[in-house]
Design a protein around this ligand. Structure first.
Ligand code: SF4
Length: 360
């Protein structure tokens, strides 16, 4: 059922007014620079606001313009992203900056349609940047907006359901039309983040309670239905701690896949119950050089969104020190201090710290 113009207005007007009075003072809301706004949107995708703020400030200081980002080596960009996780965001950001320079003269295109053609720009990011930075009536739906709409309009179906997604985008397209589309989109997200929260929404303080279908029907607790979460897959990696003089061997992973493009103590996937012989074979194959397991130095466990990660650290040696391998983009012997400047995931960082403690 398509909502009437009056129903839409009964949501749009109070929500904008509420946003003007209650919006959080966030640094990217004080700038008009499309690049800085885009960066905030990318960082906020899988990371909380309070974590993002210092990263956003540091990243902007290091890469202040699209051109500066496009001209920087990928390694520097990944190093600037260190600690934020989901490194594909940084790789896409870098590739998109290069395309913005080559295809759009270094200026972000202003329409959601053009933005959508850039690496890493999905419907959400394109809508966010086009509406917030350029004032286009471009819709967006993120997790917060989806929850708000499913309650306001009693949209049925679990998260991820195709029909439900289509309905949510149609509603977003209808609602964003009007004054200040960027502020309106932000008001929806802010409302979802602070008032129409996943648990215990603050309905009594809600500026659009009178227009809310779920509130009227007493269904706030039912909508949206909980997402069925897949159990994270177990992944065990054997890490080679190969020391020579005051250096250790580091490897840079292929660009795609888990930790793509990042540096690590060279790792090979092993079965959970792998024997030392099997582990030796895997590490030998990964490094393309004979490896001898000297001792196990410890284990680091990390819970990622889709992976239950176990990193087993092995002190290794071998007759010939490898300098290249087909499994990795690059191998490098460097000191742990030099390695600190390389882009490394938090999991690998922890593993390196554990290895250094065990070797000390
Ligand atoms: Fe969300 Fe409650 Fe407001 Fe409905 S009344 S929009 S459920 S906070």
């Amino acid at each position: 059922m398509t909502p009437t113009a009056a129903h839409l207005a009964s949501i749009r007007t109070p929500l904008l007014g509420w946003y003007d009075r209650n919006k959080r003072d966030l640094p990217w809301r004080r700038t008009k620079d499309p690049y800085a706004i885009w960066l905030s949107e990318v960082m906020l995708q899988q990371t909380q606001v309070s974590t993002v703020i210092p990263y956003w400030e540091r990243f902007l200081a290091r890469f202040p313009t699209v051109l500066a980002l496009a001209s920087a080596p990928l390694d520097d960009v990944l190093a600037g992203w260190k600690g934020l996780g989901y490194y594909s965001r940084a790789r896409n950001l870098h590739r998109a900056a290069q395309e913005i320079v080559s295809r759009f003269g270094g200026k972000l295109p202003s329409s959601a349609e053009d933005l959508l053609s850039l690496p890493g720009f999905g419907r959400y990011t394109s809508g966010a940047v086009a509406s917030i930075a350029f004032g286009e009536e471009a819709p967006l739906v993120d997790g917060n907006v989806a929850r708000v709409f499913s309650r306001l309009f009693e949209v049925e179906g679990p998260p991820g359901d195709r029909e439900r997604e289509a309905t949510l985008w149609e509603l977003a397209t209808l609602l964003v039309k009007g004054e200040r589309p960027g502020d309106f989109n932000q008001s929806l997200m802010e409302h979802g983040a602070t008032t129409c929260r996943p648990e215990n929404p603050l309905c009594l303080l809600c500026p659009v309670r009178d227009a809310c279908g779920a509130f009227r029907a007493g269904r706030v607790d039912e909508l949206p239905p909980a997402k069925v979460r897949a159990t994270p897959k177990k992944l065990t990696l054997a890490l080679a701690v190969w020391s020579h003089a005051d250096t250790l061997l580091f490897a840079r992973r292929a660009d795609s896949g888990l930790f793509g493009g990042l540096w690590e103590l060279p790792a090979a996937e092993v079965d959970e119950d792998a024997t030392p012989e099997e582990t030796t074979l895997r590490l030998t194959a990964a490094l393309g050089a004979g490896v001898r397991l000297e001792s196990q130095l410890g284990t680091v466990k990390r819970q990622l969104t889709h992976r239950d990660l176990t990193l087993r650290l092995y002190r290794v040696s071998g007759p010939q020190r490898p300098s290249r391998s087909e499994s990795f983009q690059e191998l490098r012997w460097c000191t742990p201090t030099e390695a600190a400047a390389l882009g490394m995931s938090t999991a690998m960082q922890r593993a390196l710290e554990a290895a250094m403690t065990a070797l000390a």
